[in-house]
Design a protein around this ligand. Structure first.
Ligand code: 6PG
Length: 263
């Protein structure tokens, strides 16, 4: 499994280039199939990328009526909370796509919070049901989907591109080092005791991440360098969850020079 690495000069260029790359990826896919399934990420670089996409001249070239937006994880917080990944993504890009660029609101597949789900598990279950409704092959299993998930049914679309940020501890989505959620079967998992606030979250599992055609891990800053290097070298997913994020067709690491610096 080869991971491709692209290094940009700084975090600003990283976000701009990732935004352009994302819009081009959607355009490329739209030339051969529809709908297109895109998974968004929370975190600093992820939201900066969406803001850059909002300002891109490529934005209007996309047929947004044929795009579905999903999230790799969500912080289990009330609707509209400023710390929800959904709230930040809507403010940066998604609301404008719905209001002015023909993205149907029903194509925005946000993960429920406590406003409508009694627990992270309930939200995870509802999200899994939503994903299953768009699964590419209803009886598909992702055979190589991480240790515990091997052979479990993972009913999700074959995401055309799945964006992930990475924490300094090597987490991706809400899959943290040494956490039980790393072992979860199925497509989604409720997470408790996250070391990054808030403690309660909902995440795609490794099985769902690995169903994506293309996985892009986007990271900036020297505090990410050690875990980025470990993941790119194919480290143990228990210690470096980002090492388990691979796509079926491509795995791309998009870094700034600080995150790519040797340690
Ligand atoms: O809910 C979240 O916070 C995430 O989705 C998380 O996985 C994030 O992407 C990384 O922690 C990187 O975040 P930064 O880019 O802010 O370091």
């Amino acid at each position: 499994m080869t991971r491709q690495v692209v290094v940009h000069p700084d975090a600003v260029v990283l976000a701009e280039a990732t935004a352009a790359r994302l819009l081009l990826r959607v355009l490329d896919v739209q030339s051969v199939r529809s709908p297109v399934h895109v998974v968004l990420t929370g975190g600093t670089v992820g939201i900066r990328t969406l803001a850059a996409a909002a300002a891109s001249p490529l934005l209007t070239a996309v047929d947004w009526s044929g795009v579905h937006l999903w999230w790799g994880d969500e912080r289990f917080l009330p609707d509209g909370d400023p710390d929800r990944n959904e709230t930040q993504a809507r403010a940066a890009l998604v609301d404008a796509l719905v209001a002015s660029h023909g993205l149907p609101e029903e194509n925005v597949h946000a993960i429920a919070g406590p406003s409508s789900a009694p627990s992270p598990e309930a939200a995870a279950e509802a999200y899994a049901a939503e994903l299953a409704g768009f699964a590419t092959a209803p009886d598909a299993t992702v055979a190589d989907a991480g240790r515990a998930a091997v052979g479990s049914p993972v009913l999700v679309p074959a995401f055309d591109v799945l964006l992930l940020g990475m924490g300094p501890d090597g987490h991706v989505a809400s899959l943290f080092p040494g956490h039980d959620a790393l072992e979860a079967a199925g497509a989604t998992v409720g997470v408790h005791g996250s070391p990054k606030p808030p403690p309660e979250r909902v995440s795609l599992t490794f099985g769902a991440l690995r169903a994506a055609r293309e996985v892009w891990v986007v990271a900036a800053g020297s505090e990410k360098a050690a875990q980025a290097a470990a993941a790119i070298a194919g480290g143990d997913v228990t210690d470096v969850p980002a090492a388990g994020a691979v796509g079926t067709e491509r795995t791309l690491w998009l870094l700034d020079t600080s995150a790519a610096a040797p340690r």
